[in-house]
Every structure is written in C-alpha cells, then in structure tokens.
Design a protein. Sequence first.
Length: 200
Amino acid sequence: MPRFPVRRWWETEDLCEIERVYFDAVMGVGRLLDVGAGDLRIMRKLQRAGFRGEYHTQDVGVEGAYTYRSLDEVRGQYGAILCLDVIEHLSLRDGLAMLKKMISLLAPGGVLVLQTPNAFYIPDPRSWDMTHVQTYNAGDLWAWLKCEGLEPEIYRVVLRGSANPGPIVSAKLWVTGYVKRKILGCDDASNIAAIARKSG
C-alpha cells in the first residue's frame, strides 16, 4: 500500500490546494457528473478555473436546479464523476453500492474524484455532524477501489482557515497535529480524497 500525501483545503473563491488536484484530474474531459452537487459551489469554481466540458449535476436536495435527481436517471457515460462529501451520509452497504454505480457510469479511462471524512481523525466534538453514519479510512478505501479495477491515488486532506494562517495559528496547528499523530496515534487530516482512474 502506498503512502498517502497531505493536501490542504481552505475556504476561498478560487481553487484551494486539494481542489487544484481535482481540477487537474477532470480538466480535459468532455462530460462531468457532479454527484451530490449541493449549492453548485464546486461547479462554479471549476468553471471559473477553466473547465469547458459539459457539467451535469445530481442531487436529492433543493439547493439548486440539478440535471438529475437520482443516479438511476443518468444515461450515458462520463469522463469524470465528482462525489464530494456524500458517501458518509449513507450506510456502508448503500455507500459502496453508490460507488459501484458511479464506476459503472465512468467511460473507459474516466476518473472518479471522491472526498469523505477520515475515520482516523478525531474531530472537535463541537463540529460533529450527526448526519454522518459511516466513515472510511485511506488504506481500506484505496484497497476497495483497487479491487474494483481502478487505479487510485489517495490524499489526506488537512483543513486550514486560510492559505497562509500566520505564525501563531501555524504553531497551534503543528502542536495539535503532533499530539494527534505521535501521542494519540490518529491522523490530523480530517478528510481523505481519492482520484481513481478506470482502465481503458
């Protein structure tokens, strides 16, 4: 199993570090499907950054006007499928079934871009999301995607308040990360991300 490098996420109108990885993975495809598109923020970011392909969306919510309400409505194959912060809201059985469905919708050579919370991370109790019912760890997710015939790259995603948090905040983040990794034996990366390519 490979080592999983760290990339950072912070709130920005432009692409942050991990979103740049997502953009690089999808920028050349003709058709992209955004599963769990939510408020369409990532669509706007990718299009501002230069994505010019067809951009289709799927969501069960009411925040936007989506192309599809269900994956069962989707016809045809896609060069890329984004699924950011969705599968943790489903049981393990339903989450893996959804991943299999998305893999079946990928064209040969297509890429699945996935982000979900990291099971090895200890969250601040004040930020706990009661709608999360399943967590995944990087090693198991990498192995599962390999078994499904994909070539995955896994990243550990560390949340930051800004691109350059300053020396005091940086020191605090370093100490917190050190305690989590070296003393508690867990991870300081709150999310994991997969860029998984289908053979073809």
